[in-house]
Design a protein around this ligand. Sequence first.
Ligand code: PGA
Ligand code: ZN
Length: 436
Amino acid sequence: MALKIERVLAWEALDSRGTPTVACAISLAGGAEGQAAVPSGASTGSHEAHELRDGGSRFGGKGVRSAVAAVNGEIAQALRGGDAGDQEATDDLLRHLDGTPTLERLGANAVLAVSTACALAAADAHGLPLWRYLAAEEGPPLLPLPMVNVLSGGAHAGGLIDVQDVLVVPVGAGSFAEAIEWAARIRAAAVDVFRERGNSGALVADEGGLAAALSSNREAITVVAAAIERSGLVPGEQVAIAVDVAATQFQEGADYRFAVEDRSLRRDELVAELRSWCDEYPIVSVEDPVGEDDTDGWKLASERLADVQLLGDDLFVTSTERLAAGIANGIANAVLVKPNQVGTLSDTRRLIELARSAGYATVLSARSGDTEDSWLADLAVGWRTGQLKVGSTTRSERTAKWNRLLRLESEYAEARFAGREVLAPAQDFTAAMLRP
Ligand code: PGA
Ligand code: ZN
């Protein structure tokens, strides 16, 4: 059945940092509706699709009235009367209407709001939750293994440490609910660990985790490892550690600058440092170990850290072209997937298909500026991404996603929780994820 688009309405809303973002509602003939607001990053890759901002003085130049006007004008006119049930056609139309490779004219923020609202409206028309509408085949939901932020640094925490994210991965949890309970317990324990170390001023960072001044980056891993033990959980067995180095953020020419340690590292020294962290702590995933265009560094990291999940975020920016180049170069073994880095749901899904065909793991991810929407959780389930990273267990824009999955686990007795088999490197994680 054709799902006729009747009305497209966008407005300027606020994200979790209080920065403007694009929200959009799409109504169909017959009354179905979908609404979505888009997220926004702080440590963005330079190859991401273009986020359209107004400039000028409103909101420090970060207003999105121009993107909103693009939706309410040009985009609404092109979409009205179209079929919301044909997501590919809608996304193609958006891309062609824009006419630039990185959505510079209309803005990836405008385009993603429309693309997502369209999918939600179509799901509503079918009386289906978004995950079910998106699922290629019938089957029970696969709840993703969460990667949960505990400690932040870099652009998410005023540069208190240089690495951006130290996270926990509850690899031994028996259910999604147990995984979240463990992560919350560890976050609380980390507060105690800080207090004991005389560092009582731990603050809440952009993704709901903790931010505190430390004298080295390695110390951040030590604190999280101590918090796991303090929680009565077995490091490595029950809960492992993931690090988002976000090295692009502290790259200086060919070198890398650990500001808190007043130390510059060559790429081989940075990789050696990460190797020693992986040897000392139960680290299962390292994201952006070197800069986004440091191909030699990525090759070195892929050799030296081949036993862990090597996740490309700024490296791949959810681009099939950049991922294809990475696959050809044999770098990384997993891809971080952020819909707003590319602009449409169809492009995001194609990226996931490419990753899967090459045996790369997929980690769907929120942004550091996010919203109270929970559609990202449905994408993780519907597309069976296997892993999901949305921040910590506090702040409502984070819990909105976890809470959505907690509901799905309660609602569908047959729901399966992805275990450690979804982490790269693995021989069979794709098969494991696709197994009903
Ligand atoms: P961002 O950070 O949303 O600020 O880009 C998230 C990440 O780097 O994974
Ligand atoms: Zn990242």
